[in-house]
Design a protein around this ligand. Sequence first.
Ligand code: GLN
Length: 547
Amino acid sequence: MARFIFITGGVVSSLGKGLASAALGALLQARGYTVRLRKLDPYLNVDPGTMSPFEHGEVFVTDDGAETDLDLGHYERFTGVAARATDSISSGRVYSNVLEKERRGDYLGKTIQVIPHVTNEIKDFIRIGEDEVDFMLCEIGGTVGDIEGLPFFEAIRQFSQEKPRGQCLFMHLTLLPYIKASGELKTKPTQHSVKELRSIGIAPDILVCRSEGPIPVKEREKLALFCNVRPEAVIAAQDLKSIYEAPLAYHREGLDQAVLDAFGISPAPKPNLARWEDVVDRIHNTDGEVRVAIVGKYTQLEDAYKSIAEALTHGGMANRVKVRAEWIDSGIFEREDPARHLEGFHAILVPGGFGDRGTEGKIKAAQFAREKKVPYLGICLGMQMAVIEAARNTADLSNAISEEFAGGADPCSFTPVVYHLKEWVQGNAKVTRKKDDDKGGTMRLGAYDATLVEGSKVAQVYGTTHIEERHRHRYEVDIAFREQLEAQGLRFSGLSPDGRLPEIVEWTDHPWFIGVQFHPELKSKPFAPHPLFADFIRAAKEQSRLV
Ligand code: GLN
Protein backbone atom coordinates (compact mmCIF):
# COMPACT_ATOMS: atom_id res chain seq x y z
CA MET A 1 0.00 0.00 0.00
CA ALA A 2 1.26 3.46 -0.88
CA ARG A 3 2.59 6.00 1.55
CA PHE A 4 0.97 9.40 1.06
CA ILE A 5 2.65 12.79 0.92
CA PHE A 6 0.34 15.81 0.98
CA ILE A 7 1.84 19.05 -0.27
CA THR A 8 0.20 22.30 0.79
CA GLY A 9 1.16 25.93 0.38
CA GLY A 10 1.03 29.02 2.54
CA VAL A 11 1.78 32.76 2.69
CA VAL A 12 1.46 33.41 -1.07
CA SER A 13 0.79 31.40 -4.21
CA SER A 14 3.21 30.76 -7.08
CA LEU A 15 6.03 29.57 -4.83
CA GLY A 16 6.73 26.49 -6.90
CA LYS A 17 4.66 23.91 -5.06
CA GLY A 18 4.18 21.91 -8.24
CA LEU A 19 7.89 21.97 -8.92
CA ALA A 20 8.74 20.93 -5.35
CA SER A 21 6.28 18.04 -5.63
CA ALA A 22 7.67 16.97 -9.00
CA ALA A 23 11.27 17.21 -7.78
CA LEU A 24 10.46 15.15 -4.69
CA GLY A 25 8.81 12.54 -6.93
CA ALA A 26 11.99 12.39 -9.02
CA LEU A 27 14.16 12.01 -5.90
CA LEU A 28 12.06 9.16 -4.56
CA GLN A 29 12.39 7.46 -7.94
CA ALA A 30 16.15 7.97 -7.75
CA ARG A 31 16.01 5.92 -4.55
CA GLY A 32 14.28 3.10 -6.37
CA TYR A 33 10.64 3.80 -5.43
CA THR A 34 7.62 4.04 -7.70
CA VAL A 35 5.58 7.24 -7.48
CA ARG A 36 2.41 8.90 -8.76
CA LEU A 37 1.63 12.59 -8.43
CA ARG A 38 -1.81 14.13 -8.16
CA LYS A 39 -3.25 17.61 -8.14
CA LEU A 40 -6.32 18.63 -6.15
CA ASP A 41 -7.51 22.05 -7.23
CA PRO A 42 -9.99 24.14 -5.27
CA TYR A 43 -11.42 26.16 -8.20
CA LEU A 44 -14.98 25.55 -9.30
CA ASN A 45 -14.41 24.84 -12.98
CA VAL A 46 -15.04 21.16 -13.65
CA ASP A 47 -11.70 20.98 -15.46
CA PRO A 48 -9.34 23.56 -17.03
CA GLY A 49 -10.48 22.55 -20.56
CA THR A 50 -12.66 25.61 -21.02
CA MET A 51 -10.51 28.05 -19.02
CA SER A 52 -8.60 30.70 -20.94
CA PRO A 53 -4.86 30.07 -21.13
CA PHE A 54 -4.50 33.70 -19.96
CA GLU A 55 -6.22 32.71 -16.73
CA HIS A 56 -4.75 29.39 -15.97
CA GLY A 57 -1.83 28.65 -18.25
CA GLU A 58 -1.85 25.77 -20.67
CA VAL A 59 -4.20 22.82 -20.56
CA PHE A 60 -2.21 19.64 -20.16
CA VAL A 61 -3.76 16.67 -21.95
CA THR A 62 -3.24 13.12 -20.73
CA ASP A 63 -3.07 9.94 -22.84
CA ASP A 64 -6.54 9.00 -21.66
CA GLY A 65 -7.90 12.30 -22.92
CA ALA A 66 -8.33 14.43 -19.78
CA GLU A 67 -7.79 18.18 -19.92
CA THR A 68 -5.84 18.90 -16.79
CA ASP A 69 -3.81 21.43 -14.87
CA LEU A 70 -0.37 22.38 -16.16
CA ASP A 71 1.20 21.06 -12.98
CA LEU A 72 0.59 17.56 -14.32
CA GLY A 73 3.00 18.51 -17.07
CA HIS A 74 5.69 19.24 -14.48
CA TYR A 75 5.00 15.92 -12.79
CA GLU A 76 5.38 14.06 -16.05
CA ARG A 77 8.50 15.93 -17.12
CA PHE A 78 10.22 15.17 -13.82
CA THR A 79 9.12 11.58 -13.24
CA GLY A 80 8.41 10.27 -16.73
CA VAL A 81 5.21 8.74 -15.31
CA ALA A 82 2.38 9.34 -17.80
CA ALA A 83 -0.37 11.32 -16.07
CA ARG A 84 -3.91 9.97 -16.13
CA ALA A 85 -7.39 11.47 -15.95
CA THR A 86 -7.51 10.28 -12.35
CA ASP A 87 -4.50 12.38 -11.35
CA SER A 88 -6.32 15.70 -11.30
CA ILE A 89 -9.52 16.85 -9.66
CA SER A 90 -11.14 20.22 -8.95
CA SER A 91 -13.86 21.35 -6.54
CA GLY A 92 -16.07 21.69 -9.59
CA ARG A 93 -15.60 18.02 -10.47
CA VAL A 94 -16.05 16.93 -6.85
CA TYR A 95 -19.34 18.83 -6.51
CA SER A 96 -20.52 17.70 -9.90
CA ASN A 97 -19.90 14.04 -8.91
CA VAL A 98 -21.66 14.54 -5.57
CA LEU A 99 -24.68 16.22 -7.19
CA GLU A 100 -24.90 13.52 -9.83
CA LYS A 101 -25.00 10.88 -7.10
CA GLU A 102 -27.59 12.88 -5.20
CA ARG A 103 -29.83 13.07 -8.30
CA ARG A 104 -29.43 9.34 -8.83
CA GLY A 105 -30.57 8.75 -5.25
CA ASP A 106 -27.27 7.13 -4.24
CA TYR A 107 -27.34 8.87 -0.84
CA LEU A 108 -30.71 7.30 0.05
CA GLY A 109 -32.41 10.54 0.94
CA LYS A 110 -29.73 11.83 3.30
CA THR A 111 -29.01 15.56 3.65
CA ILE A 112 -25.93 16.22 1.53
CA GLN A 113 -23.16 18.09 3.37
CA VAL A 114 -19.56 19.10 2.88
CA ILE A 115 -18.65 16.72 5.67
CA PRO A 116 -18.99 13.80 4.99
CA HIS A 117 -20.23 13.74 1.39
CA VAL A 118 -17.82 16.15 -0.27
CA THR A 119 -14.87 15.07 1.84
CA ASN A 120 -15.66 11.40 1.14
CA GLU A 121 -15.65 12.11 -2.58
CA ILE A 122 -12.20 13.70 -2.23
CA LYS A 123 -10.88 10.79 -0.17
CA ASP A 124 -12.18 8.28 -2.74
CA PHE A 125 -10.28 10.19 -5.38
CA ILE A 126 -7.03 10.10 -3.38
CA ARG A 127 -7.38 6.36 -2.90
CA ILE A 128 -7.63 5.50 -6.61
CA GLY A 129 -4.80 3.11 -7.50
CA GLU A 130 -3.23 3.30 -4.03
CA ASP A 131 -1.88 -0.23 -4.36
CA GLU A 132 0.01 0.52 -7.55
CA VAL A 133 2.87 2.64 -6.21
CA ASP A 134 5.19 3.09 -3.23
CA PHE A 135 4.46 6.81 -2.84
CA MET A 136 1.43 8.87 -3.78
CA LEU A 137 2.12 12.61 -3.77
CA CYS A 138 -0.97 14.84 -3.62
CA GLU A 139 -0.58 18.56 -4.13
CA ILE A 140 -3.38 20.82 -2.91
CA GLY A 141 -3.77 23.89 -5.12
CA GLY A 142 -3.99 27.41 -3.67
CA THR A 143 -2.90 28.37 -0.17
CA VAL A 144 -4.10 27.42 3.29
CA GLY A 145 -6.91 29.71 4.36
CA ASP A 146 -8.59 29.97 0.95
CA ILE A 147 -12.31 29.40 1.33
CA GLU A 148 -12.54 26.96 -1.57
CA GLY A 149 -9.64 24.89 -0.25
CA LEU A 150 -11.20 24.01 3.10
CA PRO A 151 -12.94 20.76 2.07
CA PHE A 152 -9.65 19.50 0.62
CA PHE A 153 -7.70 20.27 3.79
CA GLU A 154 -10.41 18.62 5.87
CA ALA A 155 -10.38 15.57 3.58
CA ILE A 156 -6.61 15.06 3.83
CA ARG A 157 -6.78 15.52 7.59
CA GLN A 158 -9.43 12.80 7.86
CA PHE A 159 -7.53 10.64 5.40
CA SER A 160 -4.36 10.69 7.50
CA GLN A 161 -6.37 9.73 10.58
CA GLU A 162 -7.93 6.78 8.84
CA LYS A 163 -4.61 5.37 7.66
CA PRO A 164 -2.27 3.57 10.08
CA ARG A 165 0.20 5.88 11.83
CA GLY A 166 3.26 6.72 9.78
CA GLN A 167 1.55 6.25 6.45
CA CYS A 168 0.90 9.93 5.66
CA LEU A 169 3.12 12.99 5.70
CA PHE A 170 2.38 16.69 5.34
CA MET A 171 4.80 18.97 3.58
CA HIS A 172 4.10 22.70 3.66
CA LEU A 173 5.67 25.22 1.31
CA THR A 174 6.00 28.83 2.41
CA LEU A 175 7.90 32.02 1.74
CA LEU A 176 10.64 33.59 3.84
CA PRO A 177 10.68 37.21 2.73
CA TYR A 178 13.98 39.05 2.89
CA ILE A 179 13.83 42.57 4.27
CA LYS A 180 16.66 44.48 2.66
CA ALA A 181 16.69 47.42 5.08
CA SER A 182 17.33 45.22 8.10
CA GLY A 183 19.11 42.44 6.19
CA GLU A 184 16.80 39.82 7.71
CA LEU A 185 14.89 36.78 6.56
CA LYS A 186 11.46 36.91 8.13
CA THR A 187 9.93 33.77 9.62
CA LYS A 188 6.70 35.29 10.90
CA PRO A 189 4.56 34.71 7.78
CA THR A 190 5.57 31.04 7.86
CA GLN A 191 4.71 30.80 11.56
CA HIS A 192 1.26 32.23 10.83
CA SER A 193 0.71 29.92 7.93
CA VAL A 194 1.61 26.86 10.00
CA LYS A 195 -0.67 28.13 12.77
CA GLU A 196 -3.49 28.34 10.25
CA LEU A 197 -2.78 24.81 9.10
CA ARG A 198 -2.72 23.50 12.66
CA SER A 199 -5.99 25.22 13.43
CA ILE A 200 -7.61 22.91 10.89
CA GLY A 201 -5.92 19.89 12.38
CA ILE A 202 -2.89 19.47 10.15
CA ALA A 203 0.60 19.57 11.64
CA PRO A 204 3.26 19.74 8.91
CA ASP A 205 6.15 17.28 9.15
CA ILE A 206 8.32 19.11 6.64
CA LEU A 207 8.61 22.81 5.87
CA VAL A 208 9.93 23.85 2.51
CA CYS A 209 10.80 27.53 2.66
CA ARG A 210 11.28 29.52 -0.49
CA SER A 211 13.95 32.16 -0.06
CA GLU A 212 16.35 34.16 -2.16
CA GLY A 213 19.40 32.83 -0.35
CA PRO A 214 20.35 30.16 2.20
CA ILE A 215 18.52 30.00 5.54
CA PRO A 216 20.92 30.85 8.40
CA VAL A 217 21.04 28.39 11.34
CA LYS A 218 19.35 30.90 13.66
CA GLU A 219 16.25 31.23 11.44
CA ARG A 220 16.15 27.51 10.79
CA GLU A 221 16.10 26.79 14.53
CA LYS A 222 13.50 29.43 15.11
CA LEU A 223 11.25 27.95 12.42
CA ALA A 224 11.71 24.45 13.85
CA LEU A 225 10.84 25.66 17.34
CA PHE A 226 7.82 27.77 16.50
CA CYS A 227 6.41 25.51 13.82
CA ASN A 228 7.04 22.29 15.69
CA VAL A 229 9.18 20.49 13.13
CA ARG A 230 12.69 19.05 13.38
CA PRO A 231 15.47 21.45 12.26
CA GLU A 232 16.53 18.92 9.56
CA ALA A 233 12.97 19.07 8.24
CA VAL A 234 13.28 22.79 7.45
CA ILE A 235 14.28 22.71 3.80
CA ALA A 236 15.46 25.78 1.92
CA ALA A 237 14.15 26.25 -1.59
CA GLN A 238 16.43 28.83 -3.11
CA ASP A 239 15.87 30.50 -6.44
CA LEU A 240 17.43 28.45 -9.24
CA LYS A 241 18.60 29.31 -12.73
CA SER A 242 16.80 26.32 -14.23
CA ILE A 243 13.88 24.33 -12.86
CA TYR A 244 15.76 21.16 -13.76
CA GLU A 245 18.28 21.93 -11.03
CA ALA A 246 15.50 21.43 -8.48
CA PRO A 247 15.95 17.67 -7.85
CA LEU A 248 19.68 18.01 -7.11
CA ALA A 249 19.16 21.23 -5.14
CA TYR A 250 16.45 19.65 -2.98
CA HIS A 251 18.63 16.59 -2.51
CA ARG A 252 21.51 18.75 -1.29
CA GLU A 253 19.10 20.41 1.13
CA GLY A 254 18.10 16.98 2.43
CA LEU A 255 14.46 16.90 1.33
CA ASP A 256 14.32 13.25 0.29
CA GLN A 257 16.25 12.21 3.42
CA ALA A 258 13.86 14.21 5.61
CA VAL A 259 10.88 12.52 3.94
CA LEU A 260 12.31 9.02 4.43
CA ASP A 261 13.20 9.87 8.04
CA ALA A 262 9.68 11.11 8.69
CA PHE A 263 8.33 7.79 7.42
CA GLY A 264 10.86 5.96 9.56
CA ILE A 265 12.48 4.26 6.56
CA SER A 266 15.91 3.24 7.73
CA PRO A 267 18.37 2.56 6.31
CA ALA A 268 17.32 4.72 3.38
CA PRO A 269 18.15 3.28 -0.05
CA LYS A 270 21.05 5.14 -1.70
CA PRO A 271 19.98 7.52 -4.48
CA ASN A 272 21.16 7.24 -8.06
CA LEU A 273 21.14 10.79 -9.37
CA ALA A 274 23.01 10.18 -12.63
CA ARG A 275 19.97 11.17 -14.74
CA TRP A 276 19.74 14.60 -13.09
CA GLU A 277 23.49 15.17 -13.07
CA ASP A 278 23.46 14.65 -16.83
CA VAL A 279 20.47 16.98 -17.25
CA VAL A 280 22.17 19.76 -15.28
CA ASP A 281 25.43 19.23 -17.15
CA ARG A 282 23.61 19.66 -20.47
CA ILE A 283 22.06 22.90 -19.28
CA HIS A 284 25.31 24.43 -18.12
CA ASN A 285 27.74 23.17 -20.72
CA THR A 286 26.41 24.50 -23.99
CA ASP A 287 28.04 25.54 -27.21
CA GLY A 288 26.23 28.52 -28.70
CA GLU A 289 22.68 29.75 -28.73
CA VAL A 290 19.76 29.45 -31.15
CA ARG A 291 16.90 31.93 -31.44
CA VAL A 292 13.44 30.50 -31.94
CA ALA A 293 10.45 32.71 -32.72
CA ILE A 294 7.18 31.44 -31.26
CA VAL A 295 4.45 33.08 -33.27
CA GLY A 296 1.20 32.85 -31.37
CA LYS A 297 -1.71 34.57 -29.73
CA TYR A 298 -1.22 34.03 -26.02
CA THR A 299 2.15 35.72 -25.81
CA GLN A 300 1.60 37.71 -22.61
CA LEU A 301 1.61 34.73 -20.33
CA GLU A 302 4.45 32.28 -20.78
CA ASP A 303 2.55 29.58 -18.91
CA ALA A 304 0.08 29.47 -21.80
CA TYR A 305 2.69 27.53 -23.77
CA LYS A 306 4.49 25.97 -20.83
CA SER A 307 5.11 22.55 -22.36
CA ILE A 308 6.35 24.08 -25.61
CA ALA A 309 8.85 26.26 -23.77
CA GLU A 310 10.07 23.22 -21.83
CA ALA A 311 10.22 20.97 -24.89
CA LEU A 312 12.36 23.59 -26.67
CA THR A 313 14.70 23.62 -23.68
CA HIS A 314 14.89 19.83 -23.90
CA GLY A 315 15.69 20.12 -27.61
CA GLY A 316 18.52 22.46 -26.66
CA MET A 317 19.77 19.97 -24.10
CA ALA A 318 19.82 17.22 -26.74
CA ASN A 319 22.06 19.43 -28.90
CA ARG A 320 23.96 21.20 -26.14
CA VAL A 321 22.83 24.64 -27.25
CA LYS A 322 20.99 27.30 -25.34
CA VAL A 323 17.56 28.00 -26.79
CA ARG A 324 16.37 31.58 -26.67
CA ALA A 325 12.64 31.48 -27.32
CA GLU A 326 11.03 34.81 -28.17
CA TRP A 327 7.27 35.25 -28.25
CA ILE A 328 5.83 37.23 -31.11
CA ASP A 329 2.18 38.21 -31.37
CA SER A 330 1.06 36.96 -34.78
CA GLY A 331 -1.32 39.93 -35.06
CA ILE A 332 1.68 42.10 -35.99
CA PHE A 333 2.16 40.24 -39.28
CA GLU A 334 -1.30 41.25 -40.36
CA ARG A 335 -0.08 44.84 -40.45
CA GLU A 336 3.66 44.58 -41.00
CA ASP A 337 6.01 42.55 -43.19
CA PRO A 338 6.96 39.38 -41.23
CA ALA A 339 10.51 39.60 -42.59
CA ARG A 340 11.17 42.65 -40.41
CA HIS A 341 10.38 40.63 -37.31
CA LEU A 342 11.50 37.14 -38.28
CA GLU A 343 14.83 37.75 -39.93
CA GLY A 344 17.63 36.69 -37.63
CA PHE A 345 15.67 33.84 -36.06
CA HIS A 346 17.07 30.37 -36.57
CA ALA A 347 13.70 28.65 -36.40
CA ILE A 348 10.00 29.45 -36.24
CA LEU A 349 7.39 27.64 -34.21
CA VAL A 350 3.65 28.22 -34.60
CA PRO A 351 1.87 26.62 -31.65
CA GLY A 352 -1.72 25.50 -31.12
CA GLY A 353 -4.58 27.90 -30.62
CA PHE A 354 -8.29 28.46 -30.94
CA GLY A 355 -10.36 31.09 -32.68
CA ASP A 356 -9.41 33.20 -35.67
CA ARG A 357 -7.59 36.09 -34.02
CA GLY A 358 -4.05 36.30 -35.35
CA THR A 359 -4.44 33.40 -37.78
CA GLU A 360 -3.67 35.41 -40.94
CA GLY A 361 -0.41 36.43 -39.26
CA LYS A 362 0.42 32.80 -38.54
CA ILE A 363 -0.20 31.95 -42.19
CA LYS A 364 2.28 34.71 -43.11
CA ALA A 365 4.83 33.26 -40.70
CA ALA A 366 4.45 29.84 -42.35
CA GLN A 367 4.90 31.43 -45.76
CA PHE A 368 8.03 33.24 -44.61
CA ALA A 369 9.51 29.99 -43.22
CA ARG A 370 8.69 28.06 -46.42
CA GLU A 371 10.07 30.65 -48.81
CA LYS A 372 13.15 31.59 -46.79
CA LYS A 373 13.89 27.97 -45.90
CA VAL A 374 13.90 28.66 -42.16
CA PRO A 375 13.16 25.58 -39.98
CA TYR A 376 9.44 25.55 -39.10
CA LEU A 377 7.52 23.47 -36.62
CA GLY A 378 3.75 23.85 -36.75
CA ILE A 379 1.83 22.35 -33.88
CA CYS A 380 -1.89 21.63 -34.25
CA LEU A 381 -3.22 25.04 -35.39
CA GLY A 382 0.35 25.68 -36.60
CA MET A 383 0.02 22.69 -38.94
CA GLN A 384 -3.41 23.78 -40.14
CA MET A 385 -2.01 27.24 -40.92
CA ALA A 386 0.85 25.71 -42.92
CA VAL A 387 -1.65 23.70 -44.97
CA ILE A 388 -3.80 26.77 -45.64
CA GLU A 389 -0.68 28.67 -46.67
CA ALA A 390 0.33 25.87 -49.05
CA ALA A 391 -3.16 25.70 -50.55
CA ARG A 392 -3.42 29.46 -51.06
CA ASN A 393 0.07 30.25 -52.28
CA THR A 394 1.18 27.14 -54.11
CA ALA A 395 -1.92 25.18 -55.13
CA ASP A 396 -4.10 27.92 -56.56
CA LEU A 397 -6.72 27.70 -53.86
CA SER A 398 -6.67 31.38 -52.99
CA ASN A 399 -9.81 31.16 -50.84
CA ALA A 400 -8.55 28.24 -48.72
CA ILE A 401 -9.55 28.51 -45.07
CA SER A 402 -10.41 26.50 -41.98
CA GLU A 403 -14.11 26.03 -41.17
CA GLU A 404 -13.18 27.31 -37.72
CA PHE A 405 -12.77 30.83 -39.16
CA ALA A 406 -15.39 30.76 -41.89
CA GLY A 407 -18.14 32.01 -39.58
CA GLY A 408 -21.38 32.60 -41.42
CA ALA A 409 -19.71 33.04 -44.85
CA ASP A 410 -21.35 31.52 -47.91
CA PRO A 411 -19.91 27.96 -48.16
CA CYS A 412 -19.43 28.46 -51.91
CA SER A 413 -17.11 31.40 -51.29
CA PHE A 414 -14.25 29.48 -49.66
CA THR A 415 -12.44 26.16 -49.79
CA PRO A 416 -12.35 24.49 -46.36
CA VAL A 417 -9.03 22.64 -46.47
CA VAL A 418 -9.44 22.29 -42.71
CA TYR A 419 -12.90 21.10 -41.66
CA HIS A 420 -14.91 20.21 -38.59
CA LEU A 421 -14.76 16.45 -38.06
CA LYS A 422 -17.88 14.83 -36.63
CA GLU A 423 -16.93 11.16 -36.47
CA TRP A 424 -13.67 9.26 -36.15
CA VAL A 425 -12.12 6.03 -34.94
CA GLN A 426 -10.25 5.62 -31.64
CA GLY A 427 -8.66 2.19 -31.30
CA ASN A 428 -11.51 -0.10 -32.34
CA ALA A 429 -14.31 2.25 -31.40
CA LYS A 430 -16.16 4.90 -33.37
CA VAL A 431 -16.50 8.32 -31.72
CA THR A 432 -19.33 10.63 -32.78
CA ARG A 433 -19.64 14.29 -31.96
CA LYS A 434 -22.95 16.13 -31.90
CA LYS A 435 -23.57 19.79 -32.53
CA ASP A 436 -25.00 20.43 -29.07
CA ASP A 437 -22.33 18.54 -27.12
CA ASP A 438 -20.76 20.39 -24.16
CA LYS A 439 -17.94 22.75 -25.11
CA GLY A 440 -15.60 20.59 -23.06
CA GLY A 441 -16.59 17.36 -24.80
CA THR A 442 -16.35 18.02 -28.51
CA MET A 443 -12.69 17.53 -29.20
CA ARG A 444 -10.46 14.74 -30.41
CA LEU A 445 -8.60 14.38 -27.12
CA GLY A 446 -5.82 12.15 -25.84
CA ALA A 447 -3.50 9.60 -27.42
CA TYR A 448 -4.00 8.43 -31.00
CA ASP A 449 -1.81 6.27 -33.22
CA ALA A 450 -0.35 7.48 -36.47
CA THR A 451 1.43 5.70 -39.29
CA LEU A 452 4.37 7.47 -40.89
CA VAL A 453 5.29 7.22 -44.54
CA GLU A 454 8.42 5.14 -45.07
CA GLY A 455 11.36 7.30 -46.16
CA SER A 456 9.79 10.58 -44.97
CA LYS A 457 11.59 13.15 -42.87
CA VAL A 458 9.42 12.41 -39.82
CA ALA A 459 10.00 8.65 -40.11
CA GLN A 460 13.71 9.43 -40.03
CA VAL A 461 13.32 11.84 -37.09
CA TYR A 462 11.28 9.37 -35.03
CA GLY A 463 13.29 6.34 -36.16
CA THR A 464 10.02 4.41 -36.58
CA THR A 465 6.87 4.42 -38.73
CA HIS A 466 4.46 3.91 -35.87
CA ILE A 467 3.88 6.62 -33.27
CA GLU A 468 1.37 7.56 -30.59
CA GLU A 469 0.82 11.22 -29.73
CA ARG A 470 -1.66 13.35 -27.79
CA HIS A 471 -4.36 15.39 -29.48
CA ARG A 472 -6.59 18.30 -28.55
CA HIS A 473 -8.52 19.80 -31.45
CA ARG A 474 -11.85 19.94 -33.25
CA TYR A 475 -10.74 20.52 -36.83
CA GLU A 476 -8.82 18.32 -39.28
CA VAL A 477 -6.93 18.87 -42.49
CA ASP A 478 -9.09 17.42 -45.29
CA ILE A 479 -7.44 14.35 -46.82
CA ALA A 480 -9.25 15.16 -50.07
CA PHE A 481 -6.59 17.79 -50.81
CA ARG A 482 -3.72 15.35 -50.43
CA GLU A 483 -2.99 14.79 -54.11
CA GLN A 484 -3.26 18.45 -55.01
CA LEU A 485 -0.91 19.54 -52.22
CA GLU A 486 1.54 16.68 -52.63
CA ALA A 487 1.91 17.70 -56.27
CA GLN A 488 3.32 20.97 -54.91
CA GLY A 489 5.73 19.16 -52.61
CA LEU A 490 3.75 19.21 -49.34
CA ARG A 491 3.93 15.59 -48.36
CA PHE A 492 1.29 14.02 -46.10
CA SER A 493 3.86 11.98 -44.21
CA GLY A 494 1.78 10.81 -41.25
CA LEU A 495 -1.81 9.57 -41.24
CA SER A 496 -4.28 8.01 -38.82
CA PRO A 497 -4.13 4.20 -39.09
CA ASP A 498 -7.31 4.17 -41.23
CA GLY A 499 -5.66 6.65 -43.61
CA ARG A 500 -8.47 9.22 -43.25
CA LEU A 501 -6.90 11.88 -41.07
CA PRO A 502 -3.68 13.71 -41.93
CA GLU A 503 -1.46 13.75 -38.85
CA ILE A 504 1.75 15.22 -40.29
CA VAL A 505 2.73 17.28 -43.31
CA GLU A 506 6.23 18.25 -44.46
CA TRP A 507 7.71 20.25 -47.33
CA THR A 508 10.02 17.99 -49.27
CA ASP A 509 12.25 20.70 -50.77
CA HIS A 510 12.89 22.41 -47.45
CA PRO A 511 15.62 21.75 -44.88
CA TRP A 512 13.09 21.34 -42.03
CA PHE A 513 9.41 22.17 -42.32
CA ILE A 514 7.06 19.92 -40.40
CA GLY A 515 3.48 20.42 -39.24
CA VAL A 516 1.88 18.01 -36.78
CA GLN A 517 -1.79 17.77 -35.82
CA PHE A 518 -0.90 16.58 -32.32
CA HIS A 519 1.04 18.02 -29.37
CA PRO A 520 4.51 16.47 -29.20
CA GLU A 521 5.51 18.96 -26.49
CA LEU A 522 3.35 17.14 -23.96
CA LYS A 523 5.56 14.06 -24.05
CA SER A 524 9.00 15.66 -23.96
CA LYS A 525 11.21 15.21 -20.91
CA PRO A 526 14.57 16.72 -19.99
CA PHE A 527 16.12 13.27 -19.80
CA ALA A 528 14.29 12.11 -22.96
CA PRO A 529 13.81 15.10 -25.29
CA HIS A 530 11.06 14.54 -27.83
CA PRO A 531 12.61 13.53 -31.19
CA LEU A 532 10.76 16.28 -33.08
CA PHE A 533 12.03 18.99 -30.73
CA ALA A 534 15.53 17.51 -30.63
CA ASP A 535 15.72 17.50 -34.42
CA PHE A 536 14.04 20.89 -34.78
CA ILE A 537 16.72 22.45 -32.59
CA ARG A 538 19.42 20.51 -34.45
CA ALA A 539 18.11 22.13 -37.64
CA ALA A 540 18.02 25.53 -35.90
CA LYS A 541 21.63 25.01 -34.85
CA GLU A 542 22.56 24.33 -38.47
CA GLN A 543 20.64 27.41 -39.54
CA SER A 544 22.51 29.49 -36.93
CA ARG A 545 25.77 28.53 -38.62
CA LEU A 546 24.41 29.75 -41.96
CA VAL A 547 23.14 33.20 -40.99
N1 GLN B 1 -8.39 25.36 -33.20
C1 GLN B 1 -7.85 24.22 -33.88
C2 GLN B 1 -8.78 23.03 -33.78
O1 GLN B 1 -9.61 22.99 -32.91
C3 GLN B 1 -6.49 23.85 -33.35
C4 GLN B 1 -6.49 23.43 -31.92
C5 GLN B 1 -5.12 23.42 -31.31
O2 GLN B 1 -4.21 24.03 -31.85
N2 GLN B 1 -4.95 22.75 -30.18
O3 GLN B 1 -8.66 22.10 -34.55
